[in-house]
Design a protein around this ligand. Sequence first.
Ligand SMILES: [Mn+2]
Length: 386
Amino acid sequence: MDGRVDAIKFVHTADWHLGRRMISLRDSDGYPLQFRWAEDAGNQIADFAADFGADIVFLCGDILNRADPSPTVENILARILRRILSAGAKVVYLLGNHEVPREGDHPAKIYATLGIEGVIVADSAQVYPVELAGGRVLQVVALPYLYGVNPDEVLRELVAQVDPDKPAVVLAHAYVTGAKLSGSDASYVLEGPQISPATISDLPVDYVALGHIHRHQQVWTNPPAVYPGSIQRVTFAEADEQKGFVAGRIFLDTPRRVQWEFVPVSSVPFVKVEVDLTRGEVSEPVEEILSALEEVPAGAVAKLSVYLPRAISLPLVKIRKLARKSGIYLVAIEIHRVEMEEVPGHSAPRPTGDIVEDISRYVRSVRPDLVDELPQIIEVVREFID
Ligand SMILES: [Mn+2]
């Protein structure tokens, strides 16, 4: 890489969904494991920013999962931001749809209220001139998630204020028409505001930092428009997606050039394990299952599918315990009884009174086709209960 040309170094990340808790696993301190995973990934990004010598970190929305995060979640974010700021980088925090409150202030506003130096809270559609080390200025065109506006029009109005002789980036939390959804992106993202690729092709900026879609992808080449994707898997639908963030440089020679790359973070693997016990004599079903689970790396979240002849029953509690002993989070066991007719309602379990538990049981036993969506279903149910 050319060391003689001055460059603005940036790190670009989005969609941490800190505070999301789709799997009800806790560590020995009672701390939700998914919080820990998100914090680990956030720390990896902060450490990378320090080693890389990043000038600026773009947080492109949905860093927090809710507009009213718990103090625990707010403190996780504050610790990570502090780490980034002490590395000498500035932070632009763009608001995503999950951070838009129904009323009152949004959760990032406290950084503006306290005047935390180095944190720019981009909560309105405007151009923020951000001063970097050495007196360099980066023009940040911010398009937070806005309801009831046409993002193409807003972007065109905003970039009219950009000085094309100076470096500029667009930060937008929105769906770019045609982007490929992640396994866990709900289809309703398609109903929200959309940016047309034609608009992106005309933007007089060096880089377009996107957020909203959880699958990493580049949606336009010139200027490069990139979704970094989310930093941890949240459901099995994302099992095969690599998670990480983007690091790049805007070289300030004439004409300016941009280089960027995807940097993976170590994210918790989600593994689906299938065991077929319907063939031949099975004398030790538990042994067979445990040996299949040996393929799963320690620390992974696993879902077990077992195909069973009708006569055999499985000690599910024992299997869960043994899996836990070998360091696997076995969050679901699906039993497929091959001789049994799949009649909806046939094996509906009796209610326990715990709505979340009942819905989980119902889905697992009666609607196994919905098991992948169960975390989202539970999240919606929790929101209703709240
Ligand atoms: Mn979003």
